[in-house]
Design a protein around this ligand. Structure first.
Ligand code: TRP
Length: 336
């Protein structure tokens, strides 16, 4: 008889210090909604972070800051499991097993590796190459059934599905691992740079004017939105008229997402307006939502011990599940 699987959500965010609007609208806000409906596990993926070199003192700080960001945005560590990846050894153990399940041909198709390694492929870390196997381990260690991911991680999730399937097949363990499903947000899946509407908003872009950080002041936000790139046309009436206007599309999407309305409704309310007028409304909406989060992050960052204790609580809960699942996995593989 086919067992019905318990629904479990898993997702991870890399500890990159300052969280920005892209992390918030593209991921964490959605995590907060999901925790009301399902059992959720949210992980600060510090093992993924070291696939490119991190200064230890910076990494340490970033892990705590990302945890503060999670809590400030409304993730509830009593309801959901919140922890950092390196504190649960099962992630690395299962990643090794998956290194032996995944095929070199599969890895060679991963576009993110090609983008990140760039011209200098020979000098990229081996960890960066097998990064997707670790991500599959994160998800399947908890037998997660649903994974909220942005567009850019879809290919990695497909790989996790292939690994689950191959493991179940190779070891004659039908349905041992669930085949995890993506949860793609309908509203906004990508927040783009304020300087270039074709590039994702990211911490690594040099200009701070390209992003809204969650700890920006009201003044910062106003300045950045004022400077944000647009075009010379007014706001259109129809969705299709946004097609070749990436910057306009991005700002209108951000506004819709932050005000919890659809892009259609935003166009309905704003069409015909000049961007300078619209930008005032956008700044106000951003300041109302982001500044309280930023203040909370700053307060939490002052209490390092509290953050460490919170992570430890989460790790204990995660370890329990991981331990039992690793026991079963080792047994299936034939380890003693
Ligand atoms: N690779 C993801 C990213 O960069 C982060 C991540 C690691 C993740 N493990 C995960 C996301 C497991 C979802 C599930 O955004």
């Amino acid at each position: 008889m086919k067992k019905t699987l318990k629904e479990v959500v898993f997702s991870g965010v890399q500890p990159t210090g300052n969280l920005h609007l892209g992390n918030y609208l593209g991921a964490i806000k959605n995590f907060v909604d999901l925790q009301k409906k399902m059992e959720c596990i949210y992980c600060v993926v510090d093992l993924h972070a070291i696939t490119s070199f991190q200064k230890p003192s910076e990494l340490n700080k970033s892990i705590l800051e990302t945890t503060a960001g999670f809590i400030a945005c409304g993730l509830d560590f009593k309801k959901s499991i919140i922890f950092n990846q390196s504190s649960v050894s099962g992630h690395s153990e299962l990643a090794w097993i998956f290194n032996c399940v995944a095929r070199v041909g599969w890895m060679n198709r991963m576009t993110q590796f090609k983008e990140k390694a760039g011209q200098n492929k020979e000098n990229a870390s081996v960890g960066l190459y097998v990064y997707p196997n670790l991500m599959a381990a994160d998800i399947l260690l908890y037998k997660a059934t649903h994974v909220p991911v942005g567009d850019d991680q879809k290919q990695h999730l497909e790989l996790a599905r292939d690994i689950a399937q191959k493991f179940n097949n190779d070891f004659n363990s039908d349905n041992f691992f669930p085949i995890p499903k993506p949860l793609i947000q309908k509203k906004i899946s990508r927040v783009m740079s304020l300087r270039d509407g074709k590039k994702k908003m990211s911490k690594s872009e040099e200009s701070d004017y390209s992003r809204i950080n969650l700890n920006d002041t009201a003044d910062d936000i106003k300045k950045k939105i004022k400077k944000a790139k647009t075009d010379s046309l007014p706001i259109p009436e129809k969705l299709e008229d946004l097609k070749n206007r990436p910057e306009a599309n991005n700002l209108l999407n951000i506004y819709s997402s932050i005000t919890n309305s659809s892009l259609e409704k935003t166009l309905n309310d704003m069409n015909g307006k000049e961007f300078s007028k619209f930008k005032d409304s956008l700044s106000d909406a951003l300041i109302a939502e982001i500044c309280p989060v930023g203040k909370k992050i700053k307060d939490l960052n002052k209490d390092k011990n509290y953050l460490i204790k919170t992570l430890k609580e989460g790790s204990d809960k995660a370890s329990k599940i991981s331990h039992e699942n690793m026991r079963q996995i080792k047994n299936i593989v034939g380890f003693i």
